[in-house]
Design a protein around this ligand. Structure first.
Ligand code: HEC
Ligand code: HEC
Length: 229
């Protein structure tokens, strides 16, 4: 199934390259569980389908998730319950006003950002999935330039890469819905607790803001990666 999902990612990416209007950066309302939607629901298609389905009743969202499982969605029961809560609340018939939902920003916890946004593909321990998703724990690319993982998270990555002699040829969509603080926290977590690739560095939200301001495609990030090697 994972192999099939990876093949679909490639197919979808090829399709979006052919149709630049195809929006890889559709943003959803903020709310608990939104990270899981970004992580799980863009492996086969972009979020247009999800946004267009706004207003469905909880039972209808439940049916959509069941049919996505039939399509090949791999998700734990616990994560599915959180996704369903999110969809039924924020894309349900009576969504809360967005301002109220995001009124209280909390300091980002890198471990939690990772669990919600990254673990679905890179694995809870960052070991990856051979042939589909590269490992992040102990990955030397992360230490080559502390800003490289920031670029990957904000702008995506597409093109063939090799890590420890193993090849990957998929695509990671941009995760630019994450705040600067969340991106800094998750990358610091990769460098520190998860990867131990270097002493815990402390990227700041300002470092992330500067990287966000650069217009880059996933292919541009691939070129940066190639230049680091
Ligand atoms: C393994 C691949 C895969 C994943 C992962 C996936 N989908 Fe889909 N999705 C599909 C396919 C295939 C279609 C149908 C496309 C078509 O008919 O053109 C679809 C269509 C949809 C539609 C349109 C209405 C419908 O039922 O056909 C919605 C809404 C949707 N997906 C929501 C989601 C949500 C929410 C997630 C994340 C929890 C998700 N999808 C994850 C494969 C997937
Ligand atoms: C939908 C699956 C998916 C999710 C979710 C995901 N990634 Fe990725 N990631 C990939 C794929 C696929 C690649 C390899 C792309 C390629 O082959 O060019 C990748 C590559 C990377 C790389 C580059 C590794 C290297 O050695 O060059 C980093 C860093 C990374 N991801 C970090 C993250 C972080 C941090 C998150 C969460 C914010 C995340 N990824 C979420 C699929 C994903």
């Amino acid at each position: 199934m994972l192999v099939r999902a990876a093949a679909l990612v490639v197919a979808v990416l090829a399709a979006s390259a052919a149709h630049p209007a195809n929006d890889a950066r559709i943003h959803l309302p903020d709310g608990p569980g939104v990270g899981l939607v970004y992580a799980h629901c863009r492996t086969c298609h972009d979020l247009q389908y999800v946004r267009d389905a706004k207003g469905l009743l909880p039972a209808q969202w439940k049916a959509v998730l069941a049919s996505m499982r039939d399509n090949g969605l791999r998700i734990s029961d616990e994560d599915e319950a959180r996704v369903l809560d999110y969809l039924a609340t924020y894309l349900g018939p009576h969504p809360p006003a967005e301002a109220a939902a995001s009124a209280q920003p909390v300091a980002a916890d890198g471990r939690q950002v990772y669990a919600d946004n990254c673990a679905a593909c890179h694995g809870p321990e960052g070991r990856g999935q051979p042939g589909s998703f590269p490992p992040l724990a102990g990955n030397p690319d992360l230490a080559r330039d502390p800003l490289f993982p920031v670029q990957v998270v904000l702008h995506g990555l597409a093109g063939r890469i090799e890590i420890d002699g193993k090849a990957y040829d998929g695509a990671m969509p941009p995760f630019d819905h994450l705040s600067n603080g969340e991106v800094a926290a998750v990358v610091n977590f990769l460098h520190g607790s998860l990867g131990k690739t270097q002493p815990v560095s402390s990227l700041s939200a300002q470092d992330v803001a500067a990287t966000r301001a650069r217009a880059m495609s996933p292919q541009d990030v691939h070129a940066v990666r190639a230049a680091m090697h």
